[in-house]
Design a protein. Structure first.
Length: 381
């Protein structure tokens, strides 16, 4: 096939290329600003329930009280997953499949259950993510899955399904703030993947499964685990400077610092740090929070010294790890929990893409040879 209009202005990683117009979120890396459907993240994340945020993204307005009640009930009613999904999770647990991979496999089975109605499918996907993660995590740890709790909100139900206890209001608020903070973030790799898939007129389940595959990679879903490991290794604020200097002198990267887009402090770090501070007030993690703040301050100062002009600041991963750890989540749950928040953003992008759809089909520049001649197998050396 002849490609028309091919030019040579290839941009590796599509950096700086505009691939969509969106009303869902705006990321300004120079100003350190994240807007979610019109709200600065600092305004939205700590106040909205996750259900309100999802409604806002899908409908472009905050719900009224009756709309919210209906939306919450519709999500809660879809928390049970099909028996086939549970069978798959049991089989995966027997093979010790990683939690994020089990989530991807299980999400793929949801196509068996839902009728062909878009918002209903989106509700089913969003509602099923916490159930699948919690059920799988328990199976992996030799425990039976727990039934969803329709009386609880989305975030609180996830914690209850993991640990078998009703979380405190502070814990539920902490998780809700996290889910709101990560629900959407411009044209990131998994969101782009979801839009590419839906642009072929494929279905929402396929888009979410593909997006999960993109999210899993360490360059995207990130590795909040290592940021926390670093704080644990430092152990005491008095060790921070020596430890961090040694890492930097060896040319190592400090986990939880630096960002491709943000050149000032990631606004999500600010929101999550405040959420962690509130959640840890008066409980056993207070000392860990204080240590993290001190590690952060020392790290930012040393990064300025070792990498002048790079503006390396705290990123979202640093406080994600602390917050999720404080909720009792193990590191293997960090990326799946990110997906529990982000799936609602993927689906919002799918709706947006569908409204003015044009097949996403970029071009490539051929850099191979053009004059090869066929050599029969027996003559090849
Ligand atoms: N610690 C130490 N040095 C760092 C650093 C970090 N966390 N992040 C970037 N740098 C340095 C690089 O070594 C490079 O230095 P050099 O020019 O002397 O070689 C310079 O800063 C620019 O790095 P670059 O890789 O071009 O920046 P990027 O925009 O591609 O990187 C990240 C973005 C997030 C990949 C990078 O900052 C990083 O690896 N951070 C640590 C991992 C992490 O926290 N990931 C979660 C991201 S949300």
């Amino acid at each position: 096939m002849v490609e028309t209009g091919v030019t040579n202005n290839f941009v590796p990683g599509l950096e700086g290329i505009v691939a969509a117009q969106t009303r869902l979120s705006s990321v300004d890396g120079q100003a350190g600003e994240l807007i979610i459907a019109g709200f600065p993240v600092e305004e939205l994340a700590g106040q909205a329930t996750f259900e309100e945020t999802v409604y806002l993204l899908w409908h472009d307005s905050l719900p009224t009280a009756p709309q919210l009640a209906e939306f919450r009930a519709a999500l809660a009613a879809r928390r049970e997953v099909p028996a086939t999904t549970m069978d798959l999770l049991r089989a995966a647990a027997s093979q010790k499949v990683a939690v994020i991979d089990a989530l991807r496999m299980a999400a793929g089975t949801l196509t068996l259950a839902e009728p062909d109605e878009l918002e209903s499918q989106a509700l089913a996907l969003t509602a099923a993510f916490p159930t699948m993660v919690a059920a799988y995590w328990r199976l992996l740890n030799g425990q039976e899955p727990l039934a969803p709790r329709p009386d609880l909100g989305h975030a609180a139900n996830y914690l209850a399904m993991l640990f078998g206890q009703t979380p405190s209001a502070e814990q539920a608020r902490g998780l809700e703030t996290y889910l709101n903070t990560v629900v959407d973030h411009g044209m990131n790799a998994s969101t782009f993947t979801a839009r590419v898939i839906i642009s072929t007129q494929s279905d929402l389940v396929s888009a979410a499964v593909g997006a999960l595959g993109a999210l899993k990679g360490p360059l995207h879903g990130g590795a909040p685990g290592p940021a926390l490991d670093m704080v644990f290794e430092i152990g005491d604020a008095a060790n921070a400077e020596t430890y961090l200097r040694q890492k930097l002198a060896q040319g190592e990267r400090l986990m939880g610092f630096g960002h491709r887009v943000y050149k000032v402090r990631d606004p999500r770090a600010e929101v999550l740090s405040a959420a962690a501070a509130r959640m840890f007030q008066g409980n056993g993690h207070q000392a860990l929070y204080q240590l993290s703040r001190q590690v952060e301050q020392t790290a930012v100062a040393l990064l300025a010294e070792y990498k002048p002009g790079r503006n390396l600041q705290t990123n979202v991963e640093f406080y994600t790890a602390l917050l999720l750890h404080g909720l009792g989540l193990t590191p293997d749950l960090f990326t799946p929990t990110f997906a529990i928040g982000r799936v609602a953003g993927w689906l919002a992008h799918c709706f947006e893409q569908q409204q003015l759809n044009r097949l996403i089909r970029p071009q490539s520049v051929y850099v191979g040879s053009k004059d090869r001649r066929w050599i029969p197998l027996e003559q090849r050396v």
